[in-house]
Design a protein around this ligand. Sequence first.
Ligand SMILES: [Zn+2]
Ligand SMILES: [Zn+2]
Length: 232
Amino acid sequence: MEIIPFECGPLATNCYLVIDNQTVGAGSESAPTIVIDAPPDAVSHLLPVIKKRNLKIEKIILTHTHWDHTLDTAELKRYTNAPVYVHKNDEYRLLKPNETSIFKLPFEIEAVVPDIYLEDGMKINCGLLEFQVLHTPGHTEGGICLVNFENNVAFTGDTIFCRSVGRTDFPGGSTDTLLSSIKNKILTLPDDMMVYSGHGEPTTIGDEKKFNPFLDEIIDFDSVVSVLSNDS
Ligand SMILES: [Zn+2]
Ligand SMILES: [Zn+2]
């Protein structure tokens, strides 16, 4: 597996090419690849690499549908012919991007009809790579993370960042829901798993457990519960 990160657009949103580099040479000339998120300017960043490396974009997977992660989706789909994957609960922002935008944006966003709905526990293949979908609502209703256990990596969108978590004050956000998604779906992943998020630098699950100040509440709560239950 090869991961190529791109930082795109005015909000420095991360977009990833995730390449199955084992399939090339084993009978195929182009490497099966997925794109994770399609932020503003993603197409101008990705296309030269896609052409140069002769990558076959098989899927465009959206971690959630805030415009800073989706603005280039329609254009990227036209260039690659790849189906767009999104969780059903986040679909409405893709269908009506301008009406659902929180701020009045100085540009129009092109609507996209998704092809396939992502669901919790669903397996997604790209060549020899397999990803598991985790539904992690809280930042948005239909936010998802994508985990590849074989290579020990997770793509977490705006659910969790290096030393931070996704904001929950936008429509559809909920702090309780976000913290419970992080506690039950993300912190249960292996400590040495790499985390690639929607903004900022990569990190690991273990480092976030130790150093992420926004998780003190849920982690302390756990240790209090275990102390209490040990006493009884
Ligand atoms: Zn977001
Ligand atoms: Zn974002």
